[in-house]
Each structure stands twice: as structure tokens, then as C-alpha cells.
Design a protein around this ligand. Structure first.
Ligand code: E4P
Length: 218
């Protein structure tokens, strides 16, 4: 499973990249807004340069809502860097724009997916990633992981060139369960990666090994 950092913060991205297991970054308008008045395109370019890996993926989201303006914006975003995936919402216009951009070779991450039918239509339109939001489904009392299971089952029946990018991850269990279900990618806050790599028994075990080493008979 690929690991993406779900942030537009450059320090967080550098920190996650330093772990050596980072395959990409997802941003959205809210995450970019948190970085203050940055120039969006320049900021996306900086993220691509930090990753410094031609296989990495950096999602940049369009803010247009009409088909014509979406494809125009998508084409501009795709020009920023070869790693850029254009993120488009799962609306009628977003689906149409996905089909158009995909036919031009532009890779689309279809975002705001909340049911399996949306994921299926998006894959048929040519999206390279679908982004189901598990945390936001959990928030309204629906099990987000059931959706991942459904999409996995559907995609395994066909040959779509579309990966399941589990989004809206709130903690390590979301990422672990996504991997158990065979999701292709998990995008998570860098805090979740830090939580995932830690275990108190690892820390206690190391402390006692080091103490014993210090007290060894010399
Ligand atoms: C990433 O692609 C999504 O925009 C993000 O995971 C949404 O996360 P949230 O539900 O925590 O805002």
C-alpha cells in the first residue's frame, strides 16, 4: 500500500519524506488555505520538488465547479509538474471533466467519494484515483471501511486503471484496516504516521536494553 501525506505543510511533508516511505501528497483547498496566502501553483511545485521522485504523486485540487472552467483549470494544474494529479470533485461536471482530462492523458484523482456507485462511475470515466472519505462517513455513523471493501470488490471484478486512495483518515486503525482490505493508497495526516510507528512497549523495551547495556559487567 502506498503512503501519501495528507497535508500542504512543507515541514510536515519533509518530515514524512525523511521516513523513506512516502509515495505522494494529497492537498485540498482547506489544507492549502491553512498555509496562509501562498501562491497555489508555486506551492504545489515546491511539494513536488521535496518529493523529488518521478513516481511520486501530488494531488492539486481544482476549485472550479463548471465543466468548461474545470477542464481549463485542470489543464493548467497538470502543467505545474509531471507528478501532479488533478483532483476533481465527484459531481456531474467533475465526472465529465474527468473523462475529458483523462482522454488527454491528464491523471485525475476524483475526490469526495461517499458511495461505491460514485467510485464505479469515476473509474469508468477514467479517473486514476478515487478518494473515498472514510473519516467523514464514520462521523455520520456510517462505517467508512465498508465502503472501501465494496469498492475493492467492484474494482477486482474489472480492469479499471484506477486505484483506491483511502482519504479522511483519522488514526492508525483506518490505515491498518485499509491495508487489510487491499486499498492501494492511504493518505493520512503526518501525525497519524508518527502515531503508527510508535508503540510504548518498543520505547520501554529499548530503554531497558540500554539500561542493561550500561550496567553490564565491565
Ligand atoms: C484528501 O484527499 C482529502 O481531502 C482529505 O483526506 C480529507 O480529510 P478530512 O475529512 O479529515 O478533511
Amino acid at each position: 500500500m502506498k503512503f501519501f501525506a495528507d497535508t500542504a505543510n512543507l515541514d510536515e511533508i519533509k518530515s514524512a519524506a525523511s521516513l523513506g516511505i512516502l509515495d505522494g501528497v494529497t492537498t485540498n483547498p482547506s489544507l492549502v488555505a491553512k498555509e496562509g496566502g501562498v501562491d497555489f501553483k508555486e506551492h504545489i511545485l515546491k511539494i513536488c520538488e521535496i518529493l523529488n521522485n518521478p513516481k511520486a504523486s501530488v494531488s492539486a485540487e481544482a476549485v472550479s465547479t463548471e465543466y468548461e472552467s474545470m477542464i481549463k483549470e485542470g489543464r493548467e494544474l497538470a502543467k505545474i509538474h509531471p507528478c501532479v494529479y488533478v483532483k476533481l470533485p465527484m459531481t456531474r461536471a467533475g465526472l465529465q471533466a474527468t473523462h475529458t482530462l483523462a482522454s488527454e492523458g491528464i491523471r485525475v484523482n476524483q475526490t469526495l467519494i461517499f458511495n461505491a456507485g460514485q467510485a464505479l462511475m469515476s473509474a469508468k470515466a477514467g479517473a486514476r484515483f478515487v478518494s473515498p472519505f472514510v473519516g467523514r462517513l464514520d462521523d455520520i455513523g456510517q462505517d467508512g471501511m465498508v465502503l472501501i471493501q465494496e469498492i475493492r470488490e467492484i474494482f477486482d471484478n474489472y480492469d479499471f486503471e484506477c486505484e483506491i486512495l483511502v482519504a479522511s483518515i483519522r488514526g492508525p486503525l483506518h490505515a491498518i484496516n485499509a491495508a487489510r482490505l487491499g486499498a492501494d493508497i492511504a493518505t493520512m495526516p503526518v501525525k497519524v504516521m508518527d502515531q503508527m510507528l510508535k508503540h510504548p512497549l518498543t520505547d520501554n523495551g529499548l530503554a531497558s536494553f540500554l539500561k542493561d547495556w550500561e550496567n553490564r559487567g565491565k
